[in-house]
Write a protein that binds this ligand. Structure first.
Ligand SMILES: C[S@@+](CC[C@H](N)C(=O)[O-])C[C@H]1O[C@@H](n2cnc3c(N)ncnc32)[C@H](O)[C@@H]1O
Length: 223
């Protein structure tokens, strides 16, 4: 293991929730998960031949859904929080999906996934809570981890277009830190995706929630 992934042991990241056992409930209620998670799944369109990595997988909800929908050849979950990876392990075991787990940050994705021929890389509700340098490094590493023509699918708080959404999103800022969250509210994610070399960057949906709007994004690594 390189020095970079070893940083994950230092816990210099914002955890999913102060109490991990509360996280799934909070996402369901405060982030209106039932609206955007199925839309993200549909966008990912998992197939048996896919190799998919989930960056900042949290409790593993997304890969559990993917594992239920299809049986992709490779499923890899990456998160810096070892405790939450244990929860993810239990959740995906319940659906019988074969999943590998790696401790690491988004910025470690290229190193951790080297040689794995990932054709779809996914991430949900992660980038709003990481500092700007890690947003950029994470997206660059996700791009680098993909095979040519591979796809990026992200769901996260994005550009907050109305006064109401901006106000609601302050709830997230209070928990995850305004310095990390405000760039998302100004719409930085698609800009960064283009900056790190991703192509065909699109915001495919904007879903209002009680804590601000969540955007779905799709992008590709050049073929
Ligand atoms: C709000 S939770 C989202 C979890 C999951 N993706 C979901 O959709 O429910 C954010 C997750 O990102 C992880 N995380 C925090 N900083 C990270 C980073 N720099 N790189 C990757 N994951 C990170 C946290 O440990 C946490 O599990």
């Amino acid at each position: 293991m390189s020095d970079e992934p070893a940083r994950a042991a230092t816990r210099d990241y914002v955890p999913a929730a102060p109490q991990l056992w509360l996280y799934d409930f909070l996402v369901a209620v405060l982030a209106r998960e039932s609206r955007w998670r199925p839309a993200l799944l549909q966008q990912i369109d998992p197939k048996a031949e896919d190799s998919i990595a989930d960056i900042g997988c949290g409790t593993g909800t997304l890969l559990a859904l993917i594992g239920r929908t299809a049986r992709p050849a490779v499923l890899i979950e990456i998160d810096p929080d070892q405790a939450i990876l244990e929860r993810a392990r239990r959740k995906v075991a319940e659906v019988g999906a074969r999943v590998e787990f790696q401790v690491g940050y988004a910025g470690d994705a290229a190193a951790l996934l080297d040689g794995r021929r990932i054709n779809k890389i996914v991430s949900s509700l992660v980038f709003h809570q990481v500092p700007m340098p890690e947003k950029r490094a994470g997206l660059a590493a996700m791009c680098a981890a993909l095979v040519p023509g591979g796809e990026v699918h992200v769901a996260d708080y994005g550009l907050q277009r109305t006064a109401l959404m901006r106000r609601l999103f302050r709830i997230v800022g209070a928990g995850d830190g305004y310095e990390n969250t405000e760039p998302n509210a100004r719409g930085v994610l698609p800009e960064l995706m283009k900056e790190v070399g991703l192509r065909r960057v699109e915001e495919t949906a904007v879903i209002p929630t009680p804590t601000g709007s969540i955007s779905l994004y799709r992008a590709e690594r050049a073929a």
